[in-house]
Design a protein around this ligand. Sequence first.
Ligand SMILES: [Zn+2]
Length: 78
Amino acid sequence: MGASSRRGRGTGPFDPYTGADLGEGEWIAYSPAQEAGLDAPRYCPVCGRRRVVQVTPHGWTAVCPRHGETDSAMLERR
Ligand SMILES: [Zn+2]
């Protein structure tokens, strides 16, 4: 087995703000807006694809071409 570094799309999960592949050990630093949850997560955490983001009066919605729509209300409901 070679120790070649595997870049590119692994199995995830992916960081929804930056698209970094957390499953591959990538790490990221959020901007202050992202830490505060003010920025919409533009990447699908499941597949890492870029989502179509729409800002709404209540937050945002993000649509993955494969996994469908997520909106901010879903994440805030804890
Ligand atoms: Zn997806």
